[in-house]
Design a protein around this ligand. Sequence first.
Ligand SMILES: C[S@@+](CC[C@H](N)C(=O)[O-])C[C@H]1O[C@@H](n2cnc3c(N)ncnc32)[C@H](O)[C@@H]1O
Length: 399
Amino acid sequence: MKQEDRYKELQMTKVLQFIEDNLTTPIPSLVLKGSPFESVSIHSLVNQIVGKNKAKKKLPSWFENKNIIYPPKVNLEQTSSEITANHKSKLIFGKRLIDLTGGFGVDDFYFSKRIQKLTYAELNKKLYEIANHNFKALSVKNIQCLNVDSIDYLKKTNFKYDWIYVDPSRRNKNQKVFLLKDSLPNLLEHQDLLKEKSKNLMIKTSPMYDIEMGYKELSGIKELHIISVKNEVKELVWVIDWRAANSRAMKLFNYSSLKKYRFEKAETDEIQTDLISLSKCDKYVYEFNSSIMKSGLYDHFASKYNLDKLEKNTNLYTTNSMITSFPGKIYRIENTDTIHFKKLKKDYKGKFVNIISKNVKISTESIRKKLNCNIGSDSDYLIFAKTIEGNRVLKATRV
Ligand SMILES: C[S@@+](CC[C@H](N)C(=O)[O-])C[C@H]1O[C@@H](n2cnc3c(N)ncnc32)[C@H](O)[C@@H]1O
């Protein structure tokens, strides 16, 4: 049976209904019962159910489209989310883009709205077939799909694209990787080729990729976007226009219903880390959100908010009056004490509390064991931190 016919079988009304009805059925019980349809295997049904469930949060508008075919979970995990893909698409302009790592095609779906003609290139035949099908299901008309090694393809073409986009595979020989040199394709080996064939380049890297390493390994950087969703860094996006020297302009984002923000550090902005003053713990303590922590610019932003720092290497800040617009967590401090585990154990044994450990060389799990307490509480926190007065425990409530 041809692949497109298999997809058609999956889209029969009764099959779609079965998928819809079983979105919350435990997978082992589905597998045990087997497929109720002669022409559709239980494996394909389970794959659609798992895929749809994953898409519900990550790709809500794809989830709504009944004709989408999902790839195996391992490929779905590597795709961009609707939020981050949409973000990147807004940075694109011009006529032609080639995506060297098409995958499930999420990024390309959003890019296709912003560019005249787009080339999707993917090595994996099954993924290519799925993406080809899904673009039709999503009524996209300006994407050409190729099942090729995109590096070979790029070597052969004489075309210079307005944009090349690469989201290298972070699985290599079944191992999870995050360094560019280990990802596929290895872009570090092909920077000259990329430069020759593109006016602009966009690279997505893992949130675990070290920013300083990026500035060393990559050339022509125009700006770096650090994109968080609900305070979790999801993507580092390197925008490259092949300028002579790397710019350190950074843009930080958090997409969240509560603490949504956008900050920019322009290339010319001086980094004001020397201006930060140290102070003992005051009434409020602040912890920056993840994009800002990842940027390494926490002291720079703290000085803009007029915050004092608890200690040079403790990334917690303090003020006397509350700054509600602060992009991160705010704690109201009830009291500050030296650390006496025996005394704390008396107070917290068996109780529920959240523990934070900052620069005191003891993990939260070791502290939990010492106090014999349970982790979790809506608002109660014990913050163990090195301060300018020495190591302290701050009893706090989250504001
Ligand atoms: C992280 S995924 C891309 C996900 C995609 N951005 C999305 O949002 O769906 C990386 C993809 O690159 C593909 N790939 C790796 N090396 C390639 C090459 N040389 N040519 C074409 N595709 C390649 C892998 O098969 C994998 O599907």
